[in-house]
Design a protein. Structure first.
Lengths: 234, 234
DNA sequence: TGACGAAATAATGTGCACATTCTGTCTGAA
DNA sequence: TTCAGACAGAATGTGCACATTATTTCGTCA
């Protein structure tokens, strides 16, 4: 006697996963917050098993940390870990801009120019949220232009992890990138084929980001789960 | 009335995960193989839920692919995916050897020399299995010597994925690396501080590996699970 | 009054049973 | 002979109930 037709089963998993992920990205969940399964299940209106699955996935992907028989927590990235991630990014992104400088297609150049224009426009009208998102996507775009899906996926993970405690600390107040014009300079070096210059600019750009985040003290501001997950289910 | 003291609960998860992982790494599971949960639970002597958890983790980490309501399968890497992974490795490992060439400690040099000696010894006595393992660990060692844990973890993932269908196809017959002496040459360039030479050697080394794997036809040889998981539980 | 300890409570971990879905097979008709 | 449809069997997906473990609270004793 099947009472519930239940057509969307795989979408439910993704919804829970995405909700937690979005709440973290929006800075709603402070580092150190304990994510208890019954509370999450009640707030998200799903069963505890579904929450457990999503939490396990997030733990395996590195977004959350799990302590056996204790629970899962929002990790607080140490300065050292953050610097390591930026170090890996330096290696990859320097190679990326080098490659793009030496060899890129016409459509790639067009996409790059369009993105820079969008960033400038967002900065002009003081749209902090959009500018923040665009500044992150700039780095992803460069990976995409290499035409390597594995590279793009990898870099996307690194970028979100590195900007995590960034947005966790103070998403609204902070400026998006150390220098918004940095992206424009890098793009110009790429488009004019100056590989060494592009790589150097990217390295200094990333160093600037590290310093910006290192000086930021990790504020702790615990919030209730009901408030944290308001409007992230859509 | 607790019948089982059960001191190792978290170790059980890791055991199942490691067993599947090891079976794959040993080439016991051909690409396309369906890993059914009841059979795995019977063979590994654990409950189905534990198998499910391990399978989910492996899927999220990219080792296995899952088809909803169908099961989980051993993926068959396409040539394109493999080339992309090697491309990312090229970026990272070129940067790694460059950095090590320019700056490495005395203990690092000692570890590097020791590893090369081990590899040569294994090749001398024709120990294929050990030589294969060591040749992989060489690349991991280089990452470790950079002192960046994130980098090491990332590269370990890439390396296992790239060597996956390598070992899946024919683990015993094949030679470990394109040129076993390549590693020695790279190490020498690093130790003598020749960054450009080390990077170039690493790039050609990786290109050689790609070509070696590209020419390999994906043989399909389905085996019974009981045989696949013989001796991987230790 | 403070500290130590035990019981109560709540959360995590695990196994089981049931529902759903897919696959392979068998039968019957064109 | 072949194709279509239905049925049987098995595997996956899901929710629930219970066991285990940690935390908090309360009581007692020094």
């Amino acid at each position: 006697m099947p009472r519930k037709p239940r057509k969307g089963n795989v979408a439910a998993d993704e919804a829970v996963y995405g909700a937690i992920r979005r709440a973290m990205h929006l800075g709603r969940l402070a580092p150190g917050t304990k994510l208890q399964e019954p509370a999450l299940a009640r707030v998200l209106k799903v069963s505890r098993e579904r929450v457990r699955k999503a939490l396990h996935r997030l733990v395996h992907e590195g977004w959350l940390t799990s302590v056996p028989n204790r629970g899962t927590f929002v990790p607080s990235l140490t300065v050292e870990e953050m610097r390591e991630i930026y170090d890996v990014r330096s290696m990859l992104e320097a190679a990326i801009v080098r490659r793009l400088s030496e060899d890129h297609t016409a459509p790639a150049a067009k996409r790059l120019k369009a993105h820079i224009a969008e960033e400038k426009a967002a900065l002009k009208i003081e749209d902090r949220g959009r500018a923040f998102a665009l500044s992150g996507e700039f780095h992803i775009l460069l990976a995409e232009l290499c035409g390597n899906d594995e590279l793009t996926k990898l870099l996307r993970g690194l970028l979100t992890r590195s900007t995590m405690h960034f947005s966790l600390a103070a998403p609204q107040q902070l400026h998006n990138c150390a220098g918004p014009h940095d992206h424009g300079d890098i793009a110009e070096a790429i488009l004019t084929g100056k590989a060494d210059k592009a790589a150097k600019l990217m390295l200094t750009h990333l160093v600037g980001l590290v310093e910006l985040q290192s000086t930021r003290p990790p504020e702790i501001k615990p919030v209730r789960l009901e408030e944290a997950f308001r409007g992230v289910l859509a």
